[in-house]
Design a protein around this ligand. Structure first.
Ligand SMILES: [Zn+2]
Ligand SMILES: [Zn+2]
Length: 181
C-alpha cells in the first residue's frame, strides 16, 4: 500500500502519525481526487466527529511542509481554494476545465522529457515541477458553441426588433468582437 510508504518515511523523520494525520492522509490518498481543505474537513469529520476545522487545516499544513502532500491551486478555477493530493503519484500534469471545473491528469513520458530538457538547458536541479493546463473540456466546448449560437440568434433578434424589418439575405452584418475567452 502506498500509504504505508508514507508512514515509514514519517517515522524516519521522527514524525508521529497521529490519528488525525492518518485520517487525512488516507482520505487524500483513497479518493484519488483533488479535494480542498473544506471538503477534506467534512469527510474527516464523518470519520471522527471530534475533529475540528483548525486541526484539519493545521494538519494539512504539516503534511505539506513534510512533503507528504502537494498543495495545488488548479488555476484558481473556483477562487482561492487549494487542493491536496499525496506525493505518491507519478508526476503528472493537471488539465483543468475552466467552465465545469473537471480536473484530468496527464501522465506520460513527455513530462519527464521536459523536465530533463529544462535541467540541461539551465543547468538546473529540479526539485518540484507542477504543470497546469486550463481550457475547456470537450463537453463544455459543445455547450459553449450552443451558447454562442443562441447569443448570436438573440443578437439578431434584437436587431430585428430595433429596425422593425426582417433581415433578408442582404441584411448588414453587425460587426462582432473577436472573442478571446
Ligand atoms: Zn468542462
Ligand atoms: Zn493530480
Amino acid at each position: 500500500m502506498a500509504i504505508d510508504s508514507i508512514k515509514v518515511s514519517l517515522r524516519e523523520k521522527g514524525v508521529r502519525l497521529t490519528r488525525q494525520r492518518q485520517i487525512l492522509l488516507e482520505l487524500i490518498d483513497q479518493t484519488g481526487q483533488h479535494l480542498d481543505a473544506e471538503r477534506l474537513f467534512q469527510l474527516a469529520k464523518e470519520k471522527d466527529p471530534k475533529l475540528n476545522r483548525v486541526t484539519v487545516y493545521r494538519t494539512l499544513k504539516m503534511l505539506k511542509a513534510g512533503g507528504m502532500v502537494d498543495e495545488l491551486d488548479l488555476m484558481h478555477h473556483e477562487g482561492d481554494q487549494h487542493y491536496y493530493e499525496t506525493r505518491l503519484k507519478q508526476e503528472h500534469a493537471h488539465v483543468i476545465c475552466l467552465r465545469c471545473g473537471k480536473v484530468e491528469e496527464f501522465f506520460g513520458e513527455p513530462l519527464q522529457r521536459l523536465r530533463k530538457q529544462i535541467e540541461s538547458h539551465f543547468g538546473f536541479q529540479i526539485l518540484l515541477a507542477r504543470t497546469e493546463v486550463g481550457g475547456y473540456c470537450a463537453h463544455c466546448q459543445s455547450l459553449r458553441a450552443l451558447e454562442l449560437e443562441r447569443a448570436r440568434q438573440h443578437g439578431l433578434a434584437d436587431a430585428v426588433l430595433a429596425s422593425g424589418v426582417a433581415p433578408g439575405p442582404g441584411a448588414p452584418h453587425r460587426p462582432r468582437a473577436k472573442r478571446t475567452a
